[in-house]
Design a binder for this molecule. Structure first.
Ligand code: UD1
Length: 421
């Protein structure tokens, strides 16, 4: 494993244009969905990221042929051979569990190694399993594996106790080939669900309601391959917006869907930053210090948990005090200790943190503990005085395509030090 690190010289004003890549969290279910049809589907705009490589490994392991040609990814799921994802592949990426729904729909059986918890929380799968059971799936959990099988999938009325993104996606992907109608209530409303609905419908499925909390899926006999372009990554876009604010810069962020960013834009504006929306881009300009704001993470269209660490980095060096409440994941304040090393004044009590804005952050040796914690420290380093050495940036590579190249073009001073571990 490579153990790369960034050496970042802070306080460089960022200026220019930056282009957002395709959404990682859309790409993963879209790739899994291609298994539902025989023949070659084409996905456009899939980012080159470590997590995507892992999902492709899963697909290849199952017998799919996958070819990347520039920005197009061709996936041929004609000759599926295996229905099992082993521990090695599963451990590399939790989202491999998105293969459950498609494999049950196409083959009626699947065995995956149960994903463990991760740095940010315990990550249960009870809602995925409950939904699939209601569709007629038998599930056995043994020796750390989930084994599931069914004679035929039957449409059902499913109510999710929490609007889980992954459970919504898995149940949708199973229900498209079930007999009869599935109604999924308290479904996740994230834009990535709408993107998945769009691909599934292009493949011949009948899914309605994505973006709202009730989905109706009329099962069909079979699906055919399709071509689809992935939506832009709203979390990447939000991260760039904060970088512009924190460096008192002037940055145009291209390839965005403004509605997807509404919760983030509302909070950045509330803090006093200057945001101008254009058609498919947004300009963020900042002069002077912004002020503290309180926020609470919620399922979409609430404030995204995946932007919470980056916001905390920003709120560390504003005028006044902010309160952040994390309601989605129980352990998502791992960046706090590292931000404190950079001079931030943050206290944590359970799921709430209080951030007293300091005049400026200072460079330090810090370490990423997960993807978005890494992004938060990256942002803090851009705004800090002197040099920051950010370790374990492999986490950042999981979710940000060409990060240092993109930021160098804006004027950031970043060096990647490569080291074999
Ligand atoms: C997805 C995103 C992740 C994001 C998260 C929340 C992908 C690949 N990842 O993860 O970046 O942080 O949504 O926006 O899209 N839960 C249960 N039971 C379940 C499933 C989930 O209780 O069966 C709970 C979780 O513990 C968590 C909440 O539901 O508290 C949200 O999790 P979920 O929406 O499932 O997250 P993921 O789909 O794993």
């Amino acid at each position: 494993m490579a153990l790369d690190r960034y050496v970042i010289t802070g306080k460089q004003r960022l200026e220019g244009r930056i282009r957002v890549s395709g959404a990682k969290n859309s790409s993963l279910p879209l790739l899994a969905a291609t298994v539902l049809a025989e023949g070659t589907s084409t996905l456009l705009g899939i980012p080159e990221l470590v997590d995507i490589t892992h999902m492709i490994e899963v697909l290849k392991h199952l017998g799919c042929r996958v070819v990347r040609q520039d920005k197009a990814m061709h996936i041929n799921a004609g000759g599926l051979e295996a229905c099992e994802v082993d521990e090695g592949l599963m451990r590399q990426m939790r989202a491999s569990n998105l293969i459950l729904g498609p494999l049950l729909a196409r083959y009626g059986r699947v065995k995956i190694s149960r994903p463990g918890g991760c740095a940010i929380g315990s990550r249960p799968m009870d809602q995925h399993i409950k939904g699939l059971q209601l569709l007629g799936v038998k599930v056995k959990e043994k020796h750390g594996y989930i084994e599931a099988w069914t004679d035929h999938l039957q449409g059902a009325d499913v109510y999710l106790d929490v609007p889980s993104v992954g459970a919504t996606e898995n149940i949708m992907m199973a229900a498209v080939l079930a007999k009869g109608i599935t109604v999924l209530r308290n479904a996740a409303r994230e834009p990535e669900i709408v993107d998945l609905q769009n691909l599934l419908n292009k493949m011949g499925a009948k899914v309605r309601g994505a973006g709202m909390d009730v989905l109706r899926i009329d099962g069909v006999e079979r699906l055919h391959p399709a071509e689809h372009t992935v939506i832009p990554d709203r979390i990447e876009a939000g991260t760039h917006m904060i970088a512009a604010v924190m460096t008192e810069g002037d940055v145009v962020i291209e390839n965005i869907v403004p509605e997807h960013l509404e919760p983030v834009i509302a909070k950045i504006r509330q803090a006093g930053a200057h945001v101008t929306l254009l058609d498919d881009s947004v300009r963020v300009q900042q002069w002077g210090r912004i002020r503290g704001v309180d926020l609470k993470t919620m399922p979409y269209p609430g404030f995204p948990t995946d932007m919470q660490p980056q916001f905390m980095a920003m709120l560390s060096c504003v005028e006044g005090t902010s309160i952040i409440t994390e309601t989605i994941f129980e352990n998502r304040f791992q960046h706090v200790d590292e931000l404190r090393r950079m001079g931030a004044q943050i206290t944590v009590e359970g799921r709430t943190s209080v951030i007293r804005g300091v005049e400026t952050l200072e460079g330090a040796f810090v370490e990423a503990s997960d993807l978005r914690a890494g992004a938060a420290l990256f942002l803090a380093a851009l705004a800090a005085e002197d040099v920051t050495v950010l370790e374990k940036i492999d986490y950042i590579d999981r979710g940000y395509e060409n990060l240092e190249q993109k930021y160098r073009q804006l004027g950031a001073k970043i060096l990647r030090i490569h080291q074999e571990g």
